[in-house]
Design a protein around this ligand. Structure first.
Ligand SMILES: Nc1ncnc2c1ncn2[C@@H]1O[C@H](COP(=O)(O)OP(=O)(O)OP(=O)(O)O)[C@@H](O)[C@H]1O
Ligand SMILES: [Mg+2]
Length: 292
């Protein structure tokens, strides 16, 4: 049995629980379109609807979520993987009962795990599946190959794009590359799209429709439109204050829309039949795809 086969056996032997979290991966083709802002505020809105929510910051670049929440976690995913930290050590509590896990260097280092480290990590993620209702994964922009693998391993993807032409073409490019990934399954993946930073003379739905037509025709990927968010000063001001907009400006247009998206997501609770569902399963898929 070669190394790759051995590892495949280990991950497939880990019992993935029946009770899994719903994982929503937030991504985009182009950077700076509002992924982290939407991820953080959506997490709080979902928490207000009674869900136990944990955000996983899988962006290897800037510590976006930390800055937005104004909290600094002591440990990250790499501490769980390599230094035996427990799940409660790496989950920092944020505003309104949301949990936050910083990926740190952990996500890049998934290829460097020993058998024991893999077993330990999957066990801990199974624990997380038992406790969290929803896990929101904030990724970097989708140009990076490791971001794409993350998206490919997720069953529910929230694609954010702005009306800028480059944002739309990059969103298309992301989906096109995604389709080539072995872990991506069209049948098991729902792509929900939000157009963000829409100005009064732009039409968010029309932008979605145009993208959807080409995505449907050339990639045969089904997308669902969630809605649009206008440019709202509440978002940029709250970033400066390091307090989420939904907490600081609860009556803003942005906060009202995010609350609506949270309700929409709760109403469209996916059935537990999707093969990739749950965080332990997602990492298992990810590990399998990284075994060479
Ligand atoms: N609806 C909005 N109205 C006004 N400003 C917004 C809106 N959404 C996001 N922004 C601003 O755009 C900037 C980028 O947002 P954010 O960091 O959430 O994007 P991102 O996609 O996570 O970026 P990155 O790709 O760097 O991780 C921030 O300054 C934020 O305040
Ligand atoms: Mg971000």
């Amino acid at each position: 049995m070669d190394q790759a086969e051995k590892l495949r056996k280990i991950v497939s032997e880990q019992n993935i629980p029946r009770r899994t979290s719903r994982v929503i991966t937030v991504t985009s083709g182009k950077g700076g379109v509002g992924k982290s802002s939407i991820a953080v505020n959506l997490a709080i809105a979902l928490s207000r609807l009674g869900k136990k929510v944990v955000i996983l910051d899988a962006d290897f670049g800037l510590a976006n979520i930390e800055i937005m929440l104004g909290i600094r976690p002591i440990f990250n995913l790499a501490d769980l993987m390599f230094r035996g930290k427990s799940l409660s050590d790496i989950i920092t509590m944020g505003p309104e009962n949301i949990g936050f896990i910083s990926g740190g260097s952990g996500i890049q280092e998934l290829t460097n795990l020993t058998k024991d480290q893999i077993v330990y990590m999957i066990r801990k993620l199974v624990e997380l599946d038992r406790t969290a209702d929803i896990i929101i994964i904030d990724t970097g922009a989708g140009i990076d190959d490791s971001v794409l693998e993350f998206v490919a391993a997720s069953s529910e993807v929230l694609l954010i794009a702005t009306p800028e032409p480059t944002s739309i073409t990059d969103a298309y490019a992301l989906l096109k590359t995604l389709k080539r990934k072995s872990e991506f399954s069209i049948a098991d993946t729902t792509i929900k799209m939000i157009t963000n930073k829409v100005t009064p003379d732009e039409d968010g739905e029309e932008i979605f429709e145009k993208l959807n037509i080409v995505v449907n025709r050339f990639l045969k990927i089904k997308m669902v439109y969630m809605g649009h968010i206008p440019v709202d000063k509440a978002v940029s001001k709250s970033v400066m204050k390091q307090r989420p907009a939904i907490v600081e400006y609860p009556n803003s247009e942005f906060s009202r829309l995010i609350t609506g998206f949270a309700r929409q997501l709760c109403d469209a609770e996916p059935e537990n039949t999707q093969g990739k569902k749950g965080i332990a399963q997602l990492f298992t898929n990810l590990l399998k795809s990284r075994i060479r």
